[in-house]
Ligand binder design. Structure first.
Ligand code: ADE
Ligand code: ZN
Length: 346
């Protein structure tokens, strides 16, 4: 925007909620609310090791990434049929629409399902059907297949093989799960193959892991976005590289808080990343587990750190620019964003 509209501070929380935005870092299995976990367990005749929704929610007290992943993979165990994946996808998309998310690129973890005997076909078809029906909610939705980095390169290649019959139903690949001890270069050859296939490439790096993992995600895997990346601030040369090449960072403040990456939201470095000129975005990661969807991430982080309206605009604009949507579509969404800010200034 050439001249930035003057938005009164009191209007900022409402504007954060109503402004159009994209969400680029959300694991669909991390959107499974305890109520839905219980409903799916019931539908599939499964018994959970928790007596109630409340007792399951009470178990969501994490000390680090691994303590979360153990519960997250157990929760995903209730997903069995195509309808389960569809219902999970639609529940998230309804929630996203309420947060004025116009575009979402949802991660899914097929290996956590295929390891239990659920087929790739079941997972991808269910999620893709939800993406198609998301359009009626006003949300443009796509899926990104993530390889689990605690598993082997061979297993990642097998997963890719299983997914290739559905090549047109997902837009890219990512890398997630336990970061420490599993550097990006472990998956160099799988990502090279995915690049040849024309898939978009992203990877979690610098969540708990060191800046060296962000470097190798960029230089070895050749990813287009870094998921998290908050540890990059410890390496000035890396910060310059991310800014110069305009590599987007999909930052997840409430996730970072709940997984003890930062001691408080006040201590989060989102503002520092923006000040350094990085293309940062705000996302929910695993909203059912971390106490909030994308609007909660915006409002709580802004309240805690004192970010301003211009930074809100930058974050939302970055989210559209960093998406893998068509350029003409991005321009259309950014025009809607400009209109929302102009309106808020009146
Ligand atoms: N899988 C789901 N959420 C994740 C996170 N925050 N980091 C790594 N893997 C994940
Ligand atoms: Zn994540």
């Amino acid at each position: 925007m050439p001249s930035f509209p003057d938005v009164p501070a009191a209007r900022l929380p409402g504007l954060l909620r109503s402004m159009p935005k994209a969400e680029l870092h959300m694991h669909i299995e991390g959107s499974l609310e305890p109520e839905l976990i219980f409903a799916l367990a019931h539908r599939n005749g499964l018994t959970l090791p928790y007596p109630s929704v409340e007792s399951l929610r009470a178990a969501y007290a994490f000390t680090d990434l691994q303590s979360f992943l153990d519960i997250y993979y157990a929760g995903a165990g209730v997903l069995q049929t195509e309808q389960d994946f569809y219902d999970m996808g639609m529940a998230y998309l309804r929630r996203a629409a309420a947060d004025h998310v116009l575009r979402t690129e949802m991660f899914f973890d097929p290996q956590t399902h295929t390891a239990r005997g659920v087929t790739m076909d079941t997972v991808i078809r269910g999620l893709h059907r939800a993406c198609v029906d998301g359009a009626a909610l006003g949300v443009s939705a796509e899926i990104i297949l993530c390889f689990l980095r605690h598993l082997s390169e061979r297993e990642a290649f097998e997963t890719l093989e299983q997914a290739l019959p559905f090549r047109d139903l997902f837009i890219g690949v990512g890398l997630d799960s336990s970061e420490l001890g599993h550097p990006p270069e472990k998956f160099a050859r799988v990502f090279a193959r995915c690049r040849e296939l024309g898939l978009h490439l992203v990877a979690h790096a610098g969540e708990e892991g060191p800046p060296a993992y962000v470097w190798s995600a960029l230089d070895v895997l050749k990813v287009e976005r870094i998921d998290h990346g908050v540890q990059s601030v410890h390496d000035a040369a890396l910060m310059r590289r991310l800014a110069q090449d305009r590599i987007p960072l999909t930052v997840c403040p409430l996730s970072n808080l709940r997984l003890c990456v930062f001691p408080s939201l006040q201590a989060h470095n989102l503002g520092a990343l923006l000040d350094a000129g990085l293309v940062a975005t705000v996302n929910s990661d695993d909203p059912a587990y971390f106490g909030g969807y994308v609007n909660d991430n915006y409002t709580q982080t802004f309240a805690a750190t004192g970010l301003n309206a211009r930074q809100a605009y930058t974050l939302a604009r970055n989210s559209f620019e960093a998406s893998f949507a068509q350029a003409s579509q991005k321009r259309h969404w950014i025009a809607q964003l400009d209109a929302a800010f102009a309106q808020a200034a009146l």
